[in-house]
Write a protein of this length. Structure first.
Length: 167
């Protein structure tokens, strides 16, 4: 079962066409973890045996980044899909190749797959502001009080729509 209550096929488009892993059986967690290691993944959701949706999977930045903006993630991104706001970063979901390098590099755990439960708000923010803010492809200077904000939760109210400097 997927987080949406249906079965999911995970499709990777390889050089010889699509590769499919079905998650409607006991090895679903393994197949999903294996599929997330691949470079480009599409998730096809079925609800009650009927096609529901298909989309590319990506990583997104959540509220834990607000007022921290450590930027270690930017250094490891192979496709430069990060965009800089005044007090946080976002990932362009259509540019992300789902390599997962940024997720492991983020010490405040602000980066999650867009398949996580209840993150629609942050997916919308990443999508919208990656089109408005400047691209960042190298590590800049983190905010002066980033360490003080590291463990604080519920930072959404501090989100700033203003762009950062970019690089």
């Amino acid at each position: 079962m997927s987080a949406f209550g249906g079965k999911a096929d995970i499709i990777r488009y390889g050089p010889k066409g699509p590769l499919i892993a079905r998650s409607g059986h006991k090895d679903a967690v393994f197949l999903f973890a294996l599929a997330r290691c691949l470079r480009r993944i599409h998730i096809v959701l079925y609800q009650n045996g009927k096609f529901a949706s298909e989309r590319a999977m990506a990583y997104i930045v959540t509220e834990s980044c607000i007022k921290c903006k450590l930027m270690d993630c930017v250094v490891v991104c192979p496709v430069d899909c990060f965009y800089e706001g005044e007090n946080m970063l976002v990932i362009h979901p259509d540019e992300c190749i789902d390599c997962g390098d940024c997720e492991t590099e983020c010490s405040v755990e602000a980066i999650v797959p867009d398949t996580e439960f209840d993150i629609d708000k942050w997916l919308k923010i990443n999508t919208e502001y990656s089109g408005k803010w400047p691209n960042i492809n190298r590590k800049g200077v983190s905010p002066a009080k980033a360490d003080a904000w590291r463990d604080i939760t519920g930072k959404a109210e501090y989100f700033s729509p203003h762009p950062g400097q970019g690089s």
